[in-house]
Ligand binder design. Sequence first.
Ligand SMILES: O=C(CO)[C@H](O)[C@H](O)COP(=O)(O)O
Length: 216
Amino acid sequence: MRNIEVSPSIISSDLSDLRSEIKKCEDAGAGSFHLDVMDGNFVDNITMGPDLIRAVRKSTKLRLDAHLMINRPDKYYRDFLSAGADVLLIHYESPVDIGELINKFERDGIRYGIVINPDTEFRKVKKYLPGSEILLIMSVYPGFSGQKFINSIIPKIKEASDFIKSEHLKTRIEVDGGINDITGKQCVENGADILVSASYIFNNDVYKSIQTLKNL
Ligand SMILES: O=C(CO)[C@H](O)[C@H](O)COP(=O)(O)O
């Protein structure tokens, strides 16, 4: 497995704890951090904004992906970039013109990835993949950590992986939601490159669980 991306959304909101947890994840071999940005509209939850991302940025040099679960990624994406996010993950389901937003990213050299919810078919985003660094396949309905992995998304990972190989694209497949040693293994076997995980890591020994996912 190439990359374990830790989602620190369930770590304490105490900043010194956040820093020590981040350090622990780095020492365990995490490849990047996944920052869940939720606005209480696109999903039924509110989480980190640019200021918290800025705090995480100060604590790590690893890649920061900002997963924008918000209604207006077009209006706010610059705030996340200036806070220190490296890659913007935008939902196909966002109520904005995704094609137009991607054109802006391409023009301005912004790194981005496309996210699809469990019910969204892979074929809908095929055309956006050539410039997309990441295709994030959600394995839960976005909004909350600690949900159960939805098994029916597995064929979508395989379909995306076959397509990416046949088109010789560089897009990496990431899976997020309910990832543990068992579900993570299924994702890897079907072509996932990056696994995002929060509860499996933080409800267990951080070092051991990151190592287990890395070794899948
Ligand atoms: O927030 C989420 C969905 O919106 C994620 O599922 C989170 O990034 C990972 O959490 P967990 O590993 O507990 O499923």
